[in-house]
Design a binder for this molecule. Structure first.
Ligand code: 5AD
Ligand code: SF4
Length: 408
């Protein structure tokens, strides 16, 4: 979601003639878009701000802007600690960020042309909802992004159509819990069906899903709508019912496994990926073993594992963070080792097969593409003409998460 918002901000600024630069030292305006979900992300932002301030000391004309979740959560603290920051725009005010940045840089706002999205990316991210109402006990998102709002379905469809007109072949729909999308009489399944009608659009993906809201209707639609990819990101977080309850996730492990079965029955080649938190308060060795066993049994297509860190305002911040850091680290490593082992087996089993891929990028003659299940596939010695095309690739080699092959 942050990547999507950064892209939008970049796009809006480019209508003023701004150019994106790759290194700090070339910038006139430094904009830091921040995330507060985990403590680690905030630490990274602090150290970047330190470097940005040093740069500004040598180049006083430079402006520093902080936007997003950290700006929302601790804007005044940032201002106190980093005196050279010029502007802070919180996540709830992100839509006004461009106006405020224009003001800061003394740009006449009337010069802003209508933001015509002319980016030619093959894959486009489209936000369909903001905020979250779920209050998982570890999560800061409802506090920094506010309550859940579903955006206007007609606007979303228009944004997707425009993106396709500009060359997008795949749309990734974004929201904290897309399964609870509801705008007037349009729910998530009907929204996806409407987007699938756009001529020229090849693929639709979406994230993130919540196991408590994933409907049979959506599972059926994924199995039948040919443009919808056979991949679902379905955060499990833990397989211990005790921990799931303490996390306020509102489903049991049995319910989660039931969804996995339904998804795999409806779409046999589906890849299910997940998020896992290790070391949540009160997670005993037995609770953790249940999660590790689930990872082995479910055989996720991939996963993100996180060491629990207390976040301010959340319910879990009042619980005793009782799992020592070393123990969190070792549980984290065990989950990742198991998941990598499974990934290696899955990709190895794909060697010799022919995969239909969509080519997303090209660099030094190497095409980066994706299968419908979301695996990366690289093809050497190709040219720009292949960009945005659906290709059939014979898979010759596999590494942990990626495949390599030739076009047939
Ligand atoms: N500590 C560790 N991981 C967290 N996540 C969210 N909050 C925390 C936290 N306090 C993880 C969850 C979520 C993902 C985006 O980040 O797994 O699904
Ligand atoms: Fe956070 Fe839970 Fe909302 Fe996801 S569903 S953003 S984990 S509160």
């Amino acid at each position: 979601m942050n990547v999507c918002e950064s892209d939008k901000l970049g796009l809006a600024l480019s209508t003023y003639g701004a150019l994106k630069v790759d290194v700090l030292q070339e910038a006139d305006v430094v904009i830091l878009n921040t995330c507060s979900v985990r403590a680690q992300a905030e630490q990274k932002a602090f150290s970047f701000l330190g470097r940005a301030e040093e740069f500004k000391q040598e180049n006083p004309g430079v402006k520093i802007v902080v936007v997003g979740c950290m700006a929302e959560r601790i804007g005044s603290k940032i201002k106190r600690r980093f005196k050279n920051v010029d502007l802070i725009v919180g996540a709830k005010d992100i839509d006004n960020a461009i106006l405020k940045i224009a003001d800061l840089c003394n740009i006449d706002y009337s010069l802003l042309r209508k933001i015509e999205d002319s980016s030619s990316n093959v894959v486009r991210y489209v936000t369909i909802m903001r905020g979250c109402d779920n209050y998982c006990s570890y999560c800061v998102v409802p506090f920094v992004r506010g309550g859940e709002i579903s955006l206007n379905a007609l606007d979303i469809i228009e944004e997707c159509s425009l993106a396709v007109k500009n060359g997008a072949k795949e749309i990734m729909l974004l929201g904290q819990n897309v399964n609870s999308y509801k705008y007037k009489d349009v729910n998530f399944t009907s929204l996806v069906k409407k987007i699938a009608e756009i001529d020229g659009l090849e693929r639709i993906r979406f994230m993130t899903n919540h196991p408590k809201d994933l409907s049979d209707e959506l599972i059926d639609m994924m199995a039948t709508a040919s443009k919808v990819c056979s991949h679902i990101h379905l955060p499990m977080q833990s397989a211990s019912n005790k921990i799931l309850k303490a996390m306020n996730r509102k489903y049991t492990y049995e319910h989660y496994v039931g969804l996995v079965k339904k998804l795999r029955t409806a779409t046999p080649d589906i890849s299910i990926t997940t998020d896992i938190i290790v070391g949540f308060p009160g997670e005993t060795k037995e609770d953790f073993e249940e999660t590790l066993k689930a990872v082995k049994e479910i055989r996720f297509g991939g996963l993100y594992a996180f060491r629990y860190s207390p976040r301010p305002d959340t319910k879990a911040a009042n619980m005793l963070d009782d799992i020592p850091f070393e123990e969190k680290k070792s549980r984290h490593t065990l989950i990742l080792e198991e998941s990598n082992k499974i990934s290696v087996e899955i990709v190895a089993s794909m060697v010799g097969s022919v995969q239909q891929v969509l080519s997303e990028k090209i660099e030094n003659g190497v095409i980066e593409a994706r299968t419908r299940s979301g695996r990366k596939v690289f093809v050497k010695d190709r040219n720009e003409k292949d960009l945005g095309r659906r290709l059939n690739v014979s898979i010759k080699e596999a590494k942990v998460n990626s495949l390599f092959g030739d076009i047939i």
